[in-house]
Design a binder for this molecule. Structure first.
Ligand code: LLP
Length: 437
């Protein structure tokens, strides 16, 4: 894919040397809203959702896309996806709470937590949320909660660890022998047998092998293993699954020279084996589910920043911006690459190599290492791309820097969907004991 097309798929283009995003001049956005600021393009989210929905529905009608809320839990994004007909995957009470506040109905939510507390179970059961258990030991406690609340046990699901994982970084691989998630093949029969005995009537099954998978072939082994486990459960326990969920993990091209995930390969290595299992076995009443987070929202958002300081330490050039790892932690935490481009394109002048650094008091606060850019100046603006997934949600007020605002562009309208935190927000939750007042 050439560079202009790569930018275009993310809603970006240069017009008269100014970077436009979702049809808006980034320089005008900065003038109105300041920096740093997360800017989201509603249409990209809708396009990504539709492309996946179309793919799934072409091969198998009974499908649900559960958006992984952990990627970005802004109310407006949830409402956009809800309006497209998405379902949702939540990992905490907080995410469920936000979904319900966004008007999402409880039957569209699956609760894939881990290390669940009794309070988590109580919250889920009270709100009629389907729980996807992460350990056989949790079943007993969940049953107690159902009984205590006098609620009918309906559907239960377990997360399987198929022992093969993948991901863009070892922290994002979520299946394998030293991984905390899910239950292993040999525990699965026991888990579903116990669930049946406990009075659950309907069953689902789930796996999620990791995050940021750009080569669909990486899914092949885990899918094969998972399918063999599903078959074994059907044969041994005569279980009628209501749904089979094969998780998220679909990657996006963060680098200009990276090809996007090949959706026809995803269809071949991931979707088709399940479809074959279900159609061969005469089980076409079973729903297949996937749980993408990043694929749906990462490319919908850019982070606009301003350069405050250009500095040469004698060895290296630094461009110091007003966003640091408090604003976007992925480069520091996973060594992740986020493409960084000027809002104001300079065609003349020399190219230099910069480390793009934030204002956090740590040397590790580098958002872009050794980036070659035309000479930068203080007060220039830079856009950090693909920040819609695991961007704002992983930000923090570290160094007592309030979190930034978020805005949404839909066609020609611009909305503030979260205002920037203020200095007061930094102390609002704190209490000072009497003797220190
Ligand atoms: N389902 C489950 C059960 C998950 O744990 C996750 C992500 C997803 C779905 C969605 O994965 P996705 O489609 O977005 O790859 N903070 C890391 C990513 C951690 C993902 C954790 N689980 C990052 O910034 O790359």
């Amino acid at each position: 894919m050439n560079y202009a097309d790569w930018l275009k798929r993310k809603g970006l283009e240069y017009k008269d040397k100014v970077l436009y995003f979702a049809g808006q001049s980034t320089l005008n956005l900065i003038k109105t809203y300041g920096t740093p600021i997360y800017v989201t393009n509603e249409q990209i989210i809708r396009e990504r959702y539709r492309s996946l929905k179309e793919l799934l529905s072409r091969v198998y009608m009974k499908n649900d896309i559960h958006y992984a809320v952990k990627a970005n839990s802004n109310l407006s994004l949830l409402k956009i996806l809800n309006s497209e007909g998405a379902s949702f995957d939540c990992t905490s009470r907080g995410e469920i709470y936000i979904c319900l506040k966004a008007g999402i109905s409880s039957d569209k939510i699956i609760y894939t937590g881990n290390m669940f507390t009794d309070e988590d179970f109580t919250f889920a059961v009270k709100n009629n949320i389907l729980v996807n258990l992460d350990s056989v030991s949790q079943l007993k406690r969940l049953v107690l909660v159902y009984d205590r609340l006098g609620k009918e046990k309906e559907t239960i699901s377990f997360r399987i660890n198929p022992e093969f994982g993948a991901g863009h970084h070892k922290h994002t691989v979520t299946a394998g022998k030293d991984i905390k998630f899910g239950i292993l093949e040999e525990q699965a029969v026991e888990a579903y047998r116990k669930a049946k005995e406990s009075g659950f009537k309907r069953f689902g099954i789930h796996q999620h092998i990791g995050s940021g998978i750009i080569n669909a072939l990486d899914f092949a082994n885990p899918v094969e293993k998972y399918i063999s486990i599903v078959k074994k459960l059907i044969e041994t326990l005569d279980i009628e699954f209501e749904f089979i969920d094969f998780g998220g993990g679909l990657g996006i091209p963060y680098r200009p020279d990276e090809e996007p995930l090949d959706l026809s390969d995803y269809e071949k290595y991931v979707v088709e084996p399940f479809v074959e299992l279900l159609s061969k076995g005469g089980r076409s009443n079973i729903t297949i589910k996937i749980e993408p987070g990043r694929f749906l929202v990462a490319e919908s958002t850019i982070l606009l920043t301003q350069i405050n300081t250009i500095k040469n330490n004698g060895f290296k050039l630094f461009a110091g911006i007003d966003a640091g790892f408090n604003t976007l932690i992925r480069p520091v935490l996973y060594n992740s690459y986020h493409h960084i481009i000027p809002c104001d394109l300079k065609e003349k002048g020399n190219e230099f190599e910069y480390d793009i650094v934030g204002p956090i008091c740590e040397s590790g606060d580098v958002l872009g290492k050794e980036r070659k850019l035309k000479e930068l100046k203080e007060k220039d603006n830079l856009a950090i791309l693909d920040t819609g997934a695991y961007g704002y949600v992983m930000s923090s007020p570290y160094n007592s820097r309030p979190r930034p605002a978020e805005i949404l562009i839909n066609e020609n309208s611009i909305y503030e969907i979260r205002h920037a935190e203020t200095l007061e927000d930094l102390i609002n939750a704190q209490k000072v004991p009497e003797h220190l007042k």
